[in-house]
Structures are given as structure tokens and as C-alpha cells.
Design a protein around this ligand. Structure first.
Ligand SMILES: [Zn+2]
Length: 318
């Protein structure tokens, strides 16, 4: 059956609405700043108006379903965002009822990481695969697990917290979750900056163009590594090693068809990260599995968030 789906991607800084075909093609899209949506009790009605406006842009008077991607932990029943520092107006507010009433169709939602996992598995780098792991490496590290074309949510909806795998207990900075040795603390954008700054403080650290430029970002460390900076290159090698430990654990436990890496750090520094990452996975992972598990980058680019929202409303592929 062919049809149209409305995707509502609620991000921390921007809100995007779009009408998509069930093949993932975007017919129309609108984007506003999150601050423009926020207006006390009018926040949810504003979201409905945005959805209706983009449907009018697409020349569509009804859709088969509405999908909502949310920037935080999500409860499914009723659909609500449990913590929403960037859109406090909808924190804890049931969304499925009001949206179903406004659009007269089924409503489905999830956190953005699970939604992106489903989108990349259906329309992106995991197309045609049954079991897909999506890992996003940006300021933090998260992701989602797709099993047989459906998101695996776990008992409490918190599966896919790849960033809180313990890969080096007792080492590195304390993670936001309270533990030490979490992958996120060691290999996220913040972890990369932390590692570079920590190494610069060693008296025996090699000369580095990064010295005196603290506080650093992952982009600073990437630019320096590409320019031949030894310390920066070492930071990426060590980051790749930490990520490889995490991904090898995932491969050994889940045996996915493919691992897809997304997020600003993984995509922006794929040239620095992927070659040593694959090498380390080959060394660490069970040999029979590492040979068969490609590690690739996400391909949906700037459309990912919108496709991710809409795909939530689409029936699972057979
Ligand atoms: Zn953690």
C-alpha cells in the first residue's frame, strides 16, 4: 500500500515537520526554531499547526500516520517525553491522544536515537538488512537497535545506551551517569577533548599545535591530526581503540548484520576514526563475527531526522 506520512522531528534547537512517501521521499518540509514552537499551553497546538501547514505545502489532505521523534527518554504508554530541558512545556505531557485527535490517524513516537536507527535501517546504510545497530558519536554517544525491522526497546525503553557500556572501569573522567570508564566519557566529542587536554598536561607530551589552545573541541583535535600533529593523531588512535572495545562487545553479543555510525564526530572525522577502528575490531572481536560485520557510516545526512520521525509511523517492512 502506498501512502503519505507526517514526520515531526522535535530537536533541542530546531523543529522540523515533513510529509514523506512510504518510500522515504520528502514531499514537503518546514523548519522552525524550537524557541518559536514554545508558547506555554499553545506549544502542542503550535506543533499541530506546523504539521497541517506542511501537509498543505505537500498538497496532501490526509496522511496514513504521524511519527514523532523526541529529544530525550520516552514513555510509550501514553507517548510522552519524560525529560525535556529544551521543551519543558511538553515534559510528561501525553502527545499521542492530542495528535491523534488533530490528524485522525495513528501516532507513533520514540526517542531520536531509536528513530534514526530505524530510518537508517529502512532507507539508509542498513537497507535490506534485518538486524541493524546504529551508534551515534557526537557530544555524547547513543544509538538504537533494530531487530527484524523493528526497534528493540528493552523492558523500560532505554536499550541502545551504547555510550554507557563500561569499557575501562575506574579510568577517565566521571560520566554524566555517575560511572567511570563509560564509552561516552572516553570516546565522545567531549571525551576526545578531555583526552587531548589531559595528554597536553603530561610533562613528556610531544610538542603539539594544540598547546595553549585549550579548551579544545573534537574538531580542533581532528584538524590538528590531519595537519600531522602527533599528539592529536594519538588521541584519535586511542579513541578508535575505546570505540572498538565497545563495538566489539556489541558485535559479540548481538551479531548484527551491520553497524552504522552516525553523529557529528563519527561523520566529521570518519577518515581519522574508521581505519583504526576497523583494525582494532578485527583484533578484539571474535574472529568469526568481525569478518562478517561491516562498520559503515550513516548516509541519510541532513534528511535523517525528518525521515527518522516519519518512519516511526510506517508499518514494519515484511
Ligand atoms: Zn555513563
Amino acid at each position: 500500500m502506498s501512502g503519505h506520512y507526517l514526520g515531526l522531528d522535535l530537536g533541542g534547537t530546531k523543529i522540523e515537520a515533513g510529509v514523506l512517501t512510504d518510500a522515504g521521499a520528502i514531499l514537503a518540509r518546514r523548519r522552525i526554531a524550537t524557541s518559536e514552537l514554545r508558547d506555554g499551553p499553545e506549544t502542542l497546538p503550535n506543533l499541530v499547526r506546523l504539521g497541517l501547514a506542511v501537509m498543505a505545502d505537500a498538497g496532501v489532505d490526509r496522511v496514513q500516520g504521524v511519527g514523532v521523534a523526541l529529544p530525550g527518554p520516552v514513555d510509550q504508554n501514553p507517548l510522552r517525553l519524560l525529560a525535556a530541558p529544551t521543551i519543558p512545556e511538553i515534559e510528561g505531557v501525553p502527545l499521542d491522544g492530542p495528535l491523534r485527535e488533530a490528524f485522525h490517524v495513528p501516532v507513533a513516537g520514540d526517542n531520536d536515537a531509536n528513530a534514526c536507527a530505524l530510518a537508517e535501517s529502512r532507507f539508509g546504510a542498513g537497507r535490506g538488512q534485518r538486524h541493524v545497530v546504529y551508534v551515534t558519536v557526537s557530544t555524547g554517544i547513543g544509538g538504537g537497535i533494530v531487530v527484524d525491522g523493528r526497534v528493540f526497546r528493552g523492558a523500560r525503553g532505554t536499550s541502545g545506551e551504547f555510550g554507557h557500556q563500561i569499557v575501562a572501569h575506574g579510568q577517565g573522567p566521571r560520566c554524566d551517569c555517575g560511572a567511570t570508564g563509560c564509552l561516552e566519557a572516553l570516546a565522545s566529542g567531549r571525551g576526545i577533548a578531555w583526552r587531548a587536554e589531559a595528554w597536553l598536561r603530561y610533562p613528556e607530551a610531544p610538542a603539539s599545535a594544540l598547546r595553549g589552545r585549550e579548551p579544545l573541541t573534537a574538531e580542533d583535535v581532528a584538524a590538528a591530526a590531519r595537519a600531522g600533529d602527533k599528539l592529536a593523531q594519538e588521541v584519535w588512535t586511542e579513541t578508535a581503540r575505546c570505540l572498538a572495545i565497545g563495538l566489539s562487545n556489541v558485535i559479540n553479543v548481538l551479531d548484527p548484520d551491520v553497524i552504522i555510525l552516525g553523529g557529528g564526530v563519527a561523520l566529521g572525522a570518519a577518515d581519522l576514526l574508521l581505519p583504526p577502528l576497523r583494525e582494532w575490531v578485527d583484533r578484539i572481536c571474535m574472529p568469526s563475527l568481525s569478518r562478517h560485520t561491516p562498520i559503515v557510516t550513516a548516509v541519510l545526512g541532513a534528511d535523517l531526522g525528518l525521515i527518522a520521525a516519519a518512519v516511526l509511523a510506517m508499518p514494519a517492512a515484511e
